[in-house]
Design a protein around this ligand. Structure first.
Ligand code: DGJ
Length: 505
């Protein structure tokens, strides 16, 4: 899957605004220059149901219009977040006329019947109210932006997830829970039996691969079943909502998930969102959603990225914690996965945009978008991440094996004696046999020839930059810069691209 913008493959070098930042246009004015300094090509920004439809049926899109105007002025694209029925499980962005009418707009309930500030996904009225507003937004975008395409994607809701229990016990939910599992889910399970992800496959197998029966008859009586049931109905709601939006204006749409902390039970974490263990349910119930996306606040970046890409799905990151090492993760993500979006959260919170490592990484990645999107699908782009515990790795590109190490492995910097090393990373593009573009930060690479009885040598290493897809070489990196022909190096705190030509002898 590729994201096309103006018919060209596009990678989102993004940043997501803090939740309340787009609710007041003047607040954002000093933010735009910061985003530019960090070389963002896309801003991910919320649209708030409570503010666009404060009165039922009366819409005000001033904030959206301002966002589009200012994004254009700053030559940036927008991804809009629909903060509609749910935002981080809760329904805090529902307008007052929805919040105050719990009879018309039913709530999720715990098993004791206590209402939550969470709209029930089992209510048609809830769906219709959300659809009306969402479709109105999409219609407005089509009218005002259908030509220029400043808005390139939409996130439907934000981090949907059931709390404080694995499912809701409102009356409509209780009725649905006793009914048979919908035939549509069985069709999906049967058609995809051989490619189901292990989590759903296991639980379906344990029940004997049944093809009819209630949720508990098919999947057993457990919290896992409660979560599957909720995932189905959340995703059905989202499918209907997405369809209503796309009918008004057909933009690509995705949903995001708050990753569950390992070891916690459904209900202890926001359950039933588009999480790895229920991805199959989401795909079966919400085929109109284009991508299921993780928000990264958990430590193990590689682990969760692997989970989201198991079924050859792209990696789409709408949010990642804005912290040290995020630059290395960006290189790794675009190099190692079919990553379409990278976007630190609360991007405007920095006071030193010109010094932000993510800005330096984006300046490089921006130049490499044509190469990554051209050579990635053929496996000619590879990424890596390094720290003190995993200080070396290898990868094979064409006839060469690359031995990649953290810059501090050289031991040349006094910093290398410290207990912890900064996370570094990079990506390599193999464009021609024996020709590579190495980019990133804090890395050292030696090359091994895979031709029998041959050794690898450097013909040339040039640092440089791409301008309008044209490579403009700068310094010839020989002598001390390549350790007299031994390695390619980009030191810690440096960011660059080097064009490497190899030969075997
Ligand atoms: C994840 C949410 O999706 C964001 O909107 C925001 O609430 C962050 N968490 C805060 O860390």
């Amino acid at each position: 899957m590729q994201l096309l913008v103006s018919d060209q493959p596009f990678l989102i070098l993004g940043g997501e605004l803090g939740n309340s930042s787009a609710s007041h246009t003047p607040y954002l004015q000093p933010v735009w220059p910061k985003l530019k300094q960090m070389h963002l090509n896309t801003v991910i920004a919320p649209v708030y149901w409570e503010l666009i439809e404060a009165e039922e049926g009366k819409f005000n899109f001033n904030l959206v219009d301002d966002l589009i105007r200012d994004a254009r002025k700053n030559q940036m694209k927008l991804v809009l977040l629909w903060f509609g029925a749910w935002k981080n499980s809760m329904s805090c962005y529902a307008p007052a006329w929805v919040k105050t009418d719990t009879k018309r707009f039913p709530r999720a309930e715990d098993r004791k019947g206590k209402k939550q500030e969470i709209l029930s996904p089992f209510s048609k009225a809830n769906l219709e109210a959300d659809q009306q507003a969402f479709a109105a937004l999409m219609r407005h975008l089509k009218q005002t932006d259908g030509h220029e395409h400043t808005v390139i994607m939409i996130q439907v809701e934000n981090e949907i997830g059931m709390l404080p229990e694995a499912k809701t016990y409102d009356a409509a939910a209780n009725t649905a829970f006793k009914q048979d599992v919908p035939a549509k889910l069985f069709t999906y399970l049967q058609e995809n039996k051989n490619s189901l992800l292990p989590d759903i496959k296991r639980i379906w197998k344990e029940g004997g691969y049944k093809t009819h029966g209630s949720w508990e008859e098919v999947f057993g009586k457990s919290l896992a079943t409660d979560e599957i049931f909720m995932a189905w109905y959340y995703a059905r709601f989202i499918d209907e909502l997405t369809l209503a939006g796309k009918k008004a204006y057909n933009l690509p749409m995705y949903v995001n998930a708050a990753l569950n902390a390992p070891g916690k039970k459904p209900g202890d974490y926001p359950s039933a969102g588009p999480l790895p263990h229920v991805m199959d349910i989401w795909k079966a119930a919400a085929p109109s959603v284009d991508i299921l996306a993780p928000d990264f606040y958990n430590p193990d970046f590689r682990h969760w990225s692997d989970l989201y890409t198991r079924a050859s799905d792209p990696l789409f990151i709408p949010e990642i914690r804005f912290e040290a090492g995020v630059d290395a993760k960006a290189f790794f993500a675009f190099g190692n996965y079919n990553c379409l979006s990278f976007s630190p959260f609360s991007i405007e919170s920095t006071d030193q945009p010109e010094k932000e490592p993510i800005g330096k990484a984006y300046a490089i990645l921006h130049q490499l978008i044509p190469l990554i999107t051209q050579y990635g699908p053929a496996g000619q782009v590879k990424g890596f991440m390094l720290d003190k515990d995993s200080a070396s790795t290898t990868l094979v590109l064409g006839n060469y094996k690359l031995h990649i190490s953290h810059d501090y492995k050289l031991g040349w910097s006094p910093e290398s004696k410290k207990d912890s090393w900064p996370l570094t990373g990079g990506l390599v593009v193999a464009t021609e046999p024996g020709e590579f573009y190495v980019s990133g930060t804090g890395l050292v690479i030696t090359f091994e020839s895979l031709e029998q009885d041959k050794r690898a040598g450097f013909l040339s290493i040039d640092e440089g930059k791409f301008e309008n897809r044209q490579w403009l070489p700068g310094r010839r990196m020989n002598g001390d810069q390549d350790h007299q022909g031994r390695h390619v190096r980009i030191p810690v705190n440096d960011y660059g691209i080097q064009h490497v030509k190899m030969y075997s002898y």
